[in-house]
Design a protein around this ligand. Structure first.
Ligand code: ADP
Ligand code: ZN
Length: 237
């Protein structure tokens, strides 16, 4: 992008730094990218960063692969270093929303030293919705496209619309495993919510219905951010 455009964009941005928490299957990725676009801030997902490094087989990628592939947390030392680097990049300077970070109190404390966080958004979703969503999720073996047997059905059963690849269900998207994942999520997240509760606004956004469109949820988030004075004005869509 040319420099003037970039600067103009920067001036327009709202400079808000946010963290988002939400259980697996809450639609967190979707909301995060839309919210980031609306607020003109960067969306940063540590999981994405790690997966990208693994794909490119970088030094870091090789270091973290064993943890990520087993679904275990990458050690704080490595994770914090990666986050610092990412927050130093130019496009983090006009605000960001963190998805997947912090996962430990250590990480939260390290973040406090690098940036001032304005608010935490917490997505609250009933368990049945999560189970319904995740257990109906199917993924293309070939291109990674995501389907949902109830909402985004492939035209031909078991076959990817985009590339003809075979669709499969992730091992951890089976109901027994989902319940376990939710427990792990609660256990990991509650201490972090407690940590932030004393310092900054926690904005709880409920998604009580399975068919609520993402736009509606994102508008709710924006309204709550305004109400708590985390953001002031925002240009209409
Ligand atoms: P998931 O929803 O499957 O947990 P993420 O994309 O958030 O997906 O994370 C994928 C993997 O990346 C995690 O299982 C973990 O190994 C690693 N990871 C991501 N963020 C962190 C973090 N903040 N601390 C430690 N490990 C992380
Ligand atoms: Zn495909």
């Amino acid at each position: 992008m040319d420099k003037i455009l970039w600067e103009r964009r920067e001036r327009k941005s709202l400079n808000t730094n946010l963290i988002i928490f939400g259980p697996p299957g809450a639609g967190k990725g979707t909301y995060t990218s839309r919210l980031a676009t609306r607020l003109k801030i960067a969306s940063i997902a540590t999981g994405d960063i790690f997966r990208e490094e693994i794909k490119r087989s970088t030094v870091l990628g090789r270091k973290v692969a064993e943890f990520v592939n087993k679904g275990e947390l990458v050690p704080d030392e490595i994770t914090i270093e990666i986050l610092k680097k990412r927050l130093n990049e130019p496009n983090s300077q006009s605000g960001f929303i963190l998805d997947g970070y912090p996962r430990t109190i250590e990480q939260a404390k390290a973040l406090d030293k690098i940036a001032k966080i304005d608010a935490v958004i917490q997505i609250i979703v009933p368990e049945w919705i999560i189970i319904e969503r995740l257990s109906n999720r199917r993924i293309c073996k070939n291109c990674g496209e995501i389907y949902n047997l109830r909402f985004i059905k492939p035209k031909i059963e078991g076959v990817c619309d985009k590339c003809g690849g075979q669709l499969y269900q992730r091992e951890d998207d089976k109901p027994e495993v989902i319940k376990e994942r939710l427990k792990v999520y609660e256990k990991q997240t509650q201490p972090l919510i407690d940590y932030y509760k004393q310092k900054i606004p926690i904005i709880e956004v409920e998604t009580p219905q399975i068919e609520t469109p993402p736009e509606t949820i994102v508008e709710k988030m924006i309204n709550e951010l305004k109400k708590t004075n985390v953001i002031k004005t925002i240009e209409p869509k």
